[in-house]
Design a protein. Structure first.
Ligand SMILES: [Fe+2]
Length: 208
């Protein structure tokens, strides 16, 4: 069972089927099926045109005047379910109006998974924008691995089923807390390179 499914509360309504472009865009890799006893890798999705390097390290993306709208927690795991401390997770989204900040780094930041592989993100629920119908947060996760680029969607959003890239395996399950903030969970599963795949002249030199 995928970790994403384990994290969902019971009674979640049908989350629908993937959009026609989900995982089908040129350059978007389809993750291999899991081996026996392994977790399924988090599906890859388009990067969108708005990823930028150089964002600050922070787990709280709120801008002045914002109220927290979702607190997302989870872990970075390998296919065996082993947490990956030190994994780097980059989040970026548009604002409430559906606009991306291409000048500074609003709603953009990266963080490093803690010793148990956990991350925590506090942010807003971004707006939707044409041609995207589903509200989403972009994510890039990496450790000793390829960068895994994906998106997260919000459970219960009416635009999900209208979005070409929507993938029900990338839905954040959430519950409303007493603090009026959505509390969501999502575990990422990524494949790390093996030693065999990671051999370079430098690593070879370090072995002798
Ligand atoms: Fe986007």
């Amino acid at each position: 069972m995928a970790v994403q499914e384990q994290a969902r509360p019971g009674g979640v309504a049908d989350r629908g089927v993937p959009g026609i472009m989900s995982g089908k865009t040129p350059g978007v890799r389809e993750t291999p099926p899991p081996g026996p006893g392994e977790l399924r890798q988090t599906p890859w999705e388009i990067e969108g045109p708005f990823f930028r390097l150089g964002a600050p390290q922070r787990s709280n993306l709120l801008e002045p005047g914002d109220k927290p709208e979702i607190i997302l927690t989870g872990r970075i795991l390998n296919e065996k379910g082993t947490p990956i401390p030190g994994a780097v997770v980059q989040f970026w989204s548009c604002d409430h109006k559906g606009e991306y900040d291409m000048i500074s780094f609003k709603y953009t930041g990266y963080q490093v998974a803690d010793a148990t592989g956990r991350y925590e993100l506090t942010t807003i629920i971004p707006g939707a924008y044409q041609p995207r119908e589903a509200k989403h947060i972009h994510v890039k996760v990496q450790a000793i691995s390829r960068p895994v680029t994906t998106q997260l969607y919000f459970e219960g959003e009416p635009g999900n089923q209208l979005d070409e890239y929507y993938n029900p395996d990338l839905v954040i399950a959430w519950t409303m807390g007493e603090d009026g903030v959505r509390h969501g969970t999502f575990d990422f599963v990524i494949a790390q390179f093996t030693d065999d795949e990671n051999v370079t002249p430098e690593t070879l030199a370090a072995r002798v």
